[in-house]
Design a protein around this ligand. Structure first.
Ligand SMILES: NC(=O)c1ccc[n+]([C@@H]2O[C@H](COP(=O)([O-])OP(=O)(O)OC[C@H]3O[C@@H](n4cnc5c(N)ncnc54)[C@H](O)[C@@H]3O)[C@@H](O)[C@H]2O)c1
Ligand SMILES: [Zn+2]
Length: 342
């Protein structure tokens, strides 16, 4: 078992990483939630696999109800958000009840957003089940849905009461979903933990320790910059271009991040920031995990990203690797882009 505390000013919380923790959920939740009713939000695929286990583990101590949505990114919409709220209200949810988000990043993001807004905020616990959600999206408190063909454009910061991670659930992911999670795991190694990155070349089993190391990279920056104004932006490595292509070409999040990392490395090399030696090892590891290595010219997307949310007063803050395991935030103006890159 590994344990991690995310220390935030007003709402610190614990993350427990333990094989088979799903069978033992109530004993952890009891520490942070004293009322009698819980509402699980999950998707149809995860429900088939794990809902009964989690329900059984909770029923000893709580009244349990649930809402099931369709699996996949297509569910991260206003319509599904409204559906969840309606179902919860029909089931007589109260503001002092608990929501449990059981599923991948989609369930996590939309349930967190419901928890941030229903009754102006109700407590929630995350039980992430996909690799991507376990090693990344389960911490940091970013919640939201897609809207107007833009990723995560409606959302809120909402920290969970607790996160419970069962690495055993990774075993039921299909290969594409597993590799998708590897996209973000590789990113965490690339920006902040060279040892972790090196380890991934051996295609290790994803253990409690690997998830712990990956989350630790994120924890470090979330703690110093909860609201994503400075250091936390380093987690966006590969995302500026990644988001530009994710919905456009229908890539999964981790796949788009993989491509986005290659684009950002090229741009960093052209600007003289990124060491040239970074490109090949990242390309190699992306191929090792069968992630898409399609090359899009970053220059074709500079205009798109300039109008994205990261455009603060005429500058974009890009994240570039300096070398493997280290990165920096670089502010660039439209003028500099035109002079140096186009
Ligand atoms: N909030 C954040 O900080 C943050 C960070 C990264 C990504 N995200 C978001 O997360 C989403 C992607 O997450 P995801 O890849 O988990 O997507 P997802 O939730 O759609 O899960 C992917 C698929 O795997 C299935 N699945 C989940 N757990 C499973 C398991 N244990 N066994 C078998 N199948 C399982 C799901 O039903 C789904 O079909 C994106 O919307 C992205 O924007 C959020
Ligand atoms: Zn991401």
């Amino acid at each position: 078992m590994r344990e991690l505390v995310v220390n935030l000013k007003d709402h610190s919380y614990k993350i427990y990483i333990e094989n088979n923790i799903l069978y033992n959920v109530a004993s952890y939740i009891k520490d942070v939630y004293k009322n009698d009713k819980v509402f699980i939000i999950t998707d149809d695929k995860v429900a088939n696999l794990y809902l009964d286990i989690v329900k059984k583990s909770l029923e000893k101590d709580y009244k349990v109800d649930y809402v099931i949505i369709k699996n996949g990114e297509e569910s991260k919409t206003l319509t599904t958000y409204a559906y969840i709220c309606e179902e919860l209200l029909k089931k007589d949810i109260r503001r002092n009840n608990l929501i449990i988000a059981l599923g991948g990043g989609v369930v996590g993001d939309i349930s967190g957003f419901v928890a941030s807004s229903l009754f102006r905020g109700i407590p929630y616990v995350g039980i992430p089940t996909s690799l991507l959600a376990q090693m990344d999206s389960s911490i940091g408190g970013k919640t939201g849905i897609d809207f107007y063909n833009r990723k995560n454009i409606l959302g809120a910061f909402k920290q969970p009461l607790m996160v419970l991670i069962d690495p055993k659930t990774i075993e039921s992911l299909d290969e594409r979903e597993f590799n998708n999670g590897m996209g973000e795991l590789i990113k965490h190694g690339a920006i902040g933990n060279k040892k972790l990155l090196d380890l991934l070349y051996s295609k290790p089993n994803i253990t409690e320790d690997i998830i712990y190391e990956s989350l630790s990279v994120k924890k470090r920056v979330v703690e110093i910059d909860e609201f994503d104004l400075n250091e936390r932006m380093t987690l966006n490595f590969g995302h500026t271009f990644g988001h530009a292509i994710e919905l456009k070409y229908g890539y999964k999040h981790g796949e788009a991040v993989a491509i986005g990392m290659l684009m950002a490395i090229k741009m960093g090399i052209d600007l003289g920031i990124t060491d040239k030696s970074c490109y090949k090892p990242i390309l190699d590891i992306i191929r090792l995990y069968n992630l898409p290595d399609k090359i899009y010219d970053y220059k074709d997307y500079l205009t798109d990203v300039f109008y994205d949310k990261k455009n603060i007063a005429g500058t974009i803050r890009f994240i570039f690797l300096t070398k493997l395991g280290e990165c920096m935030i670089y502010k660039i103006t439209e003028k500099e882009i035109k002079e140096k890159l186009l």
